[in-house]
Design a binder for this molecule. Structure first.
Ligand SMILES: [Fe+2]
Length: 750
């Protein structure tokens, strides 16, 4: 197999499933005639031969077997579909008009509004022409022709665009008027063919193309913003074009306006509303970005809920993907006696393989253990198909080392239609704020770069080896069911990097800790971004990367409020809920070249911490590990009493001896500083412990690399010993008591 070939790719309709429920799998097999499918229980997803070899146990399942393979495509690109297209025909003339902010006018033809079909050569659409100017494309059923103004539009500038067809002279007038200043262009040309109407859907931000697989009927996707599109059933002059644009319901034009859409209505949904009363409502597909500034945004309001009319634009991207919509290949109804754990559907054909992970969670209202592993699936989604290793020019500077490309990286480099992560920018340079799991997520897999799922199984494989039974629940149960799904668990262990949370998720965790829950936060840069799940569509999150924080792009001015819920996005720290309040620690530094170790502090000898260090004489903790060679690396969290670390928190150990590539995070800086590296006082990870009023407690480890130290020496080392001590005590029902929540345990640290 060539590097970059991935003949097998798949996804499931759910990320978690309960016994008795059915999970469905969608598989593309591009090349091999047939493939084998096998359900496995996933023990270890890392395939590092040095300490955590890949391990999966076959599960007897009705869907195991050999199946004929078929390749599947993803037809990416957000657009709008309006089902009826008898809105206009050529015979009486027509005008198609909209306000448009193209972001890539020079990329080639892009559909804006109309019925033109590339396949059938009929219909008519307002488009961005090859030269970046406004144009009309029409067909007569045999051939198509394009006329355009010839004046290229400027990227990210707003225009009023209108194409008017006059059947009397078979002429087209195109008006391209810059709204931010500049020269208007108006041209009139005679068409070389007689336009033929088309009875199919009307499409915005794309045009019609029939795909052989019968899924998706769009092509020619537009990059940029579209606002206030209108369809008029006659040829308009300039004055009427501007009248229709500003008030399509005005008496003089009202009868001729077939449809006028107001995108400022229903910003939190998929419908686009026709305000004429003619009922030509449409639907967005592949989730373009809504709640974005329109052409007349004044800056008086920063939230779309307060001035929706200033947020009447929709931003379309040619690489937006919500649902790949591949045919269902396998449906597994999970038997009632299936234990809660991590599972996967392993599909393989010779060298080709894909391993599609999912969790079986306990039946509703029950649990199979006192211990629960909280699978950070929202974070997996945020990272889905992240291109940070190949879409980022500065990756080697940021990583402080040469980067490596995986097979998945090479595949994704050639397949942007598989969609992007919230770490990427769209092809037009705008940030990716929406990420779905209804598509193959090639990095949320075993045997890939150790991050996310593969890293998290260092924890679950250690739990399996040590014999601690545990249930698995995911962020989706936490979000949807809240405190109810946590009730009864004595201890919850997080993954290595639980970064993305909704308000519902944080409320549930806090409520559970208040009632005596014991949380083990085995990672770093957790509880960082505030996100929203879509209230209705399954499997999709939104994250606006707003004013502060360490981030790969920044939300545009006035666009910090999420479209799904209207909530203010960004760092939880900027919403007044710091990770330090919940866990004792919060994000402080990142560096990706090597990992280091922790040194015990005096608090580790406090009697309250005696159980944690039982059998551990070492002063140095975690000087070996599978992730960068030590337990403290990648991203680090530190205690900070000023940011909400409870005053009685014991700071047990602190990392040291990081490389010059370990840098303090941006949200800690108010100005540049001469010392940014390891010598910076905030560049270290802390291991902390504190008890809670309800009898519970929180233990936090402060590093994404921490769990990579668990498998060292056959899971027998001080890090594993410490975790064993903590889990054992945290599962003991005896309340934590004898602490004074108002008394500082240590001197406050910087
Ligand atoms: Fe992250």
């Amino acid at each position: 197999m060539e590097i970059g070939e991935r003949p097998l790719n798949g996804y499931s309709d759910k990320i978690s499933v309960r016994p008795g429920e059915t999970i469905r799998f969608h598989v593309s097999c591009d090349g091999p005639q047939a493939y084998d499918a096998q359900v496995v229980r996933l023990i270890c997803a890392d395939d590092n031969p040095a300490g955590a070899p890949f391990e999966a146990e076959p599960v007897d399942a009705a869907i195991n077997g050999t199946f004929a393979g078929k390749p599947q495509m993803i037809h990416a690109g957000s657009h709008v579909m309006v089902p009826s297209s008898d809105l206009f025909d050529a015979a009486g003339g027509f005008t198609l008009q909209a306000l448009v902010m193209p972001t890539t006018p020079s990329k080639g033809r892009q559909g804006l509004l109309g019925t033109w079909s590339e396949t059938e050569h009929c219909g008519a659409s307002l488009i961005v022409a090859d030269d970046g100017s406004a144009g009309l494309i029409v067909g007569d059923g045999k051939a198509s022709t394009l006329v355009s103004t010839g004046a290229s539009m400027v990227p990210r500038a707003w225009y009023s665009l209108a194409v008017s067809y006059d059947p009397a002279g078979n002429t087209v007038t195109i008006r391209q008027t810059p709204l931010d200043g500049g020269r208007s262009v108006e041209i009139t040309k005679t068409l070389l063919l007689d336009p033929a109407g088309r009875t199919g859907p009307l499409i915005m931000a794309a045009w019609h193309r029939a795909h052989p697989d019968g899924r998706g009927v769009h092509a020619g996707c537009f990059n940029g913003r579209l606002e206030a599109p209108r369809i008029v059933t006659r040829c308009l002059d300039a004055a009427d074009v501007s009248r229709v644009q500003s008030d399509p319901l005005a008496g003089s034009v009202r009868d001729d306006v077939a449809a006028a859409w107001d995108f400022s209505r229903g910003i939190d949904g998929e419908q686009v509303i026709d305000i004429t009363g003619n009922g030509h409502h449409g639907e967005t597909l592949h989730l373009p970005q809504r709640g974005v500034r329109g052409h007349a945004w004044s800056g008086r309001e920063m939230c779309w809920r307060h001035a929706p009319h200033e947020y009447g634009a929709v931003h379309f991207h040619d690489d937006d993907v919500y649902d790949a919509a591949w045919p269902e290949c396998h449906a597994w109804t999970v038997p009632d006696d299936t234990p809660s754990a991590l599972y996967a559907l392993q599909v393989s054909a010779g060298e080709a393989e894909d391993i599609i992970p999912f969790a079986v969670v306990p039946p509703r209202g029950t649990r199979q253990s006192d211990l629960c592993f909280l699978l950070p699936t929202a974070t997996y989604m945020a990272y889905a198909n992240s291109g940070r290793h190949f879409r980022n020019d500065a990756v080697e500077m940021k990583q402080f080392r040469a980067t490596t490309m995986t097979r998945s990286d090479c595949f994704l480099q050639a397949h942007s239609e598989y969609g992007l992560s919230t770490y990427d920018t769209h092809s037009d340079g705008s940030g990716v704020s929406i990420s779905s799991r209804l598509r193959p997520a090639l990095n949320m897999r075993p045997k890939v770069r150790v991050w996310g799922l593969a890293a998290d199984t260092h924890i679950t494989s250690w739990l399996e080896k040590t014999g601690f039974g545990f249930d698995v629940i995911t962020d989706e149960e936490l979000h949807n069911e809240g405190l109810r799904v946590l009730e009864g668990y004595r201890t919850i262990i997080t993954g290595t990097h639980p970064e993305y949370h909704t308000v519902e998720m944080l409320d549930a965790l806090e409520g559970w800790i208040d009632r005596g829950g014991r949380l083990i936060y085995t990672g770093a840069n957790g509880f960082y971004w505030r996100i929203a799940y879509h209230p209705e569509l399954p499997g999709v999150i939104e994250c606006r990367k707003t004013e502060g924080g360490t981030r790969s792009w920044v939300s545009e001015v006035g666009e910090s409020f999420m479209s799904f819920t209207g909530e203010y996005g960004g760092l939880w720290r900027r919403s007044g809920r710091t990770p330090q309040e919940l866990t004792g620690i919060g994000f402080t530094a990142q560096g990706f070249d090597r990992s280091s170790y922790y040194r015990r502090l005096s608090d580790s000898h406090d009697p309250r911490a005696a159980f944690i260090f039982e059998g551990i004489d070492d002063e140095i903790i975690g000087d070996q590990g599978l992730v960068g060679g030590g337990a403290a690396g990648l991203e680090l969290d530190r205690a900070d009493f000023a940011l909400g670390t409870p005053l009685h928190t014991l700071i047990l150990a602190r990392s040291e001896n990081h490389s010059d590539g370990m840098l303090v995070v941006l949200e800690e800086l108010t100005s540049n500083q001469p010392v940014m590296n390891d010598q910076h006082p905030k560049v270290h990870a802390d291991i902390t412990f504190f008890e809670c009023d309800g009898g519970g407690a929180v233990f936090s480890t402060g590093s994404i690399a921490f769990a990579g130290a668990l498998p060292v020496n056959g899971y027998d080392n001080p890090v594993a010993r410490m975790m064993h001590n903590v889990v054992t005590r945290f599962l003991d029902p005896a309340d934590f008591e004898g602490f004074d929540a108002l008394r500082p345990a240590s001197k406050p640290v910087a």
